[in-house]
Design a protein around this ligand. Structure first.
Ligand code: C2E
Ligand code: MG
Ligand code: MG
Length: 338
């Protein structure tokens, strides 16, 4: 049995050792195929009884995810994104100094599952399965709708230049209904397309290059921004960047982490920024945790940042308080924050 999509994986069963009915054989071949996928794909796995247990866990999780959707157990957290800029200020002795200031310019929406027994479950524990089973289409539509609805409320309170980033998975990108759904969601919420940025990983784009190109082109025609998430961890080549009509690159956390200590990582970050400059792409650094990382990124030319140092992902009401505190002219609106 083979799983649709690249890379190719195959699960093998033999009869009667691995089952005597068609149903059992198919279920066990499926379990072997999933094992092959977990091992990185592009391989053949022969069924072993232990794989059956993993398959039952997966089935249990799939059922729980379906219930979670019906019961409204998903929620979004929002992580702030800041723009850095240099301000010239007058110091104590009347001398001019340059100071780096940060301005809250957007948020990335990040899904969580409020599990009745386990509390908040992080996305990496359920998004891959949602993607595999197709549930991501329903979950993704909910994410898009909720993030846009939230953005509309925040824009009404805090101004229309604030932007929202939403993560998309491969299955969502290749969905022919995606562009119309986004257009309808933006229109329903009275939002300009430029305020929405879709985040896609390199591997998601490389699944089917031609389809990705066409779909990205449609999204760009609509006017939404497209960012390559976790940039630097996949293909990162100039030739594919030129082919995909993207608007921004998000430098992966792994490069940001060691930027002050590893000359290699500093050089990679500088090169990403130089490449983005040539292609007129915005650069966002993710996973900024220390002042040292922040100043290295600034020195390298990065002007948009996101990370625990500046703000962790937080619930909508906490984010609204943050937005509120940000603009002095907006201070009188605190009572409206729900
Ligand atoms: P991502 O889009 O690359 O999101 C960044 C992840 O890094 C988030 O993890 C965030 O909480 C975490 N992070 C942010 N700043 C820092 C930092 O300074 N230090 C460290 N150590 N971590 C930081 P999270 O929320 O667990 O999300 C993980 C991944 O799940 C996301 O990676 C994204 O690929 C996926 N995801 C999240 N929400 C959605 C969604 O609505 N739809 C889809 N398809 N995928 C989603
Ligand atoms: Mg992201
Ligand atoms: Mg990322």
């Amino acid at each position: 049995m083979e799983l649709a999509g690249a890379p190719c994986v195959t699960g093998i069963v033999s009869c009667p050792a691995d089952g005597e009915t068609i149903d059992t054989l198919l279920a066990n071949a499926d379990a072997a195929m999933h094992r092959a996928k977990e091992m990185g794909g592009g391989r053949i796995e022969r069924y072993k009884p232990a794989m059956g247990a993993a398959s039952r866990v997966r089935l249990g999780l799939e059922g729980a995810l379906r219930k979670a959707l019906k019961k409204g157990e998903f929620l979004l957290h929002y992580q702030p994104q800041y723009q850095l800029r240099t301000e010239r200020i007058v110091g104590d002795e009347g001398l001019l100094h340059d100071r780096v200031s940060s301005r809250l310019v957007g948020a990335e929406s990040l899904i969580r599952w409020r599990h009745p027994g386990r509390g908040l479950v992080p996305p990496m524990e359920f998004i891959p399965l949602a993607e595999e089973t197709g549930l991501i289409e329903e979950i993704g539509a909910w994410v898009l709708e909720s993030a846009c609805c939230q953005l509309r409320r925040w824009q009404q309170w805090f101004g229309s230049d604030f932007k929202m980033s939403v993560n998309l998975s491969a299955r969502q990108l290749y969905d022919p209904a995606l562009v119309d759904r986004i257009a309808a969601t933006l229109a329903a919420n009275g939002l300009l397309p430029e305020v929405l940025c879709l985040e896609l990983t390199e591997s998601c784009l490389m699944g089917s290059v031609q389809e990705s190109q066409q779909q990205l082109q449609r999204l760009r025609s609509l006017g939404v921004g497209i960012s390559i998430d976790d940039f630097g961890t996949g293909y990162s080549s100039l030739s594919y960047l030129r082919r995909f009509p993207v608007t921004a690159l998000k430098i992966d956390r792994s490069f940001v982490q060691d930027i002050g200590e590893h000359a290699d990582h500093q050089a990679i970050v500088k090169n990403i920024i130089a490449m983005a400059d040539v292609l007129k792409l915005e650069v966002v650094a993710e996973g900024v945790e220390t002042e040292q990382q922040l100043s290295c990124l600034y020195a390298a030319g990065c002007r948009t940042v996101q990370g625990y140092l500046l703000g962790r992902p937080m619930a909508a009401q906490d984010f609204a308080v943050l937005l509120n505190a940000t603009g002095e002219e907006r201070a009188d609106r605190v009572s409206q924050v729900s």
